[in-house]
Design a binder for this molecule. Structure first.
Ligand SMILES: [Zn+2]
Length: 196
């Protein structure tokens, strides 16, 4: 049985060959997909079916997202958007966002590298998707939610107003979210694994 992803309204067969079954409908001699999902053309039963699945999600302004900092420049951080908060669907289209120096925190930021490091996991909000994805972390609940020690790569713990590595007895600084260290990563990592 052949499998192919189809969109609602997409022509999937002609009635001479296949009968519309679950997830499809017939109109003017043609069979169309009624839902997004995998098309299944059964050549023995002569049926056309679409097994529904959730369509991938498209980023839009206002979305709260999780992402990984992949590069840090003086005036901006590059952030790969991995998932949208509250969504278990993969993201379609461009996922490469930037956080401009003016959108890091409500206070003054002299260098983005003092607030974010590559491999940091951040919660951010989408402020623009076209022509490029722009993100902000200006809000107490936005910012780094997981950071690793630059020296030993162990997760940093929150200590006072900074982050701390017990093993190296070192302090690091970040623009972290107010719930740093209390974030449930199970959903996030599930998402990351399936998108790769
Ligand atoms: Zn360390």
């Amino acid at each position: 049985m052949k499998k192919k992803k189809v969109l609602p309204g997409e022509e999937v067969a002609v009635v001479e060959e296949f009968i519309a079954a679950n997830g499809t409908y017939e109109e003017n001699g043609k069979v169309y997909a009624a839902v997004f999902g995998d098309l299944e053309l059964d050549h023995e039963e002569k049926t056309a079916m679409v097994k529904a699945e959730h369509p991938p999600v498209k980023l839009k302004p206002g979305d709260t997202v999780f992402g990984e900092i992949t590069d840090v420049k003086i005036s901006m951080a590059i952030c790969e958007v991995i998932s949208v908060e509250g969504e278990d669907r993969n993201i379609t289209g461009d996922t490469n966002g930037t956080i401009h120096i003016s959108k890091v925190s409500s206070g003054y930021t002299s260098e983005v590298g003092k607030e974010f490091r590559p491999s940091d996991i951040v919660r951010a909000r989408v402020i623009q998707v076209k022509p490029s994805i722009q993100l902000t972390t200006v809000s107490p609940h936005l910012g780094v939610i997981k950071a690793l020690c630059r020296r030993c790569r162990a997760p940093l713990k929150r200590k006072g107003n900074s982050l701390y590595c017990d093993a190296c007895e070192r302090t690091e600084y970040r623009k972290y979210a107010d719930d740093y260290s209390d974030v449930d990563f199970t959903e996030f990592y599930k998402q990351k694994d399936t998108s790769e």
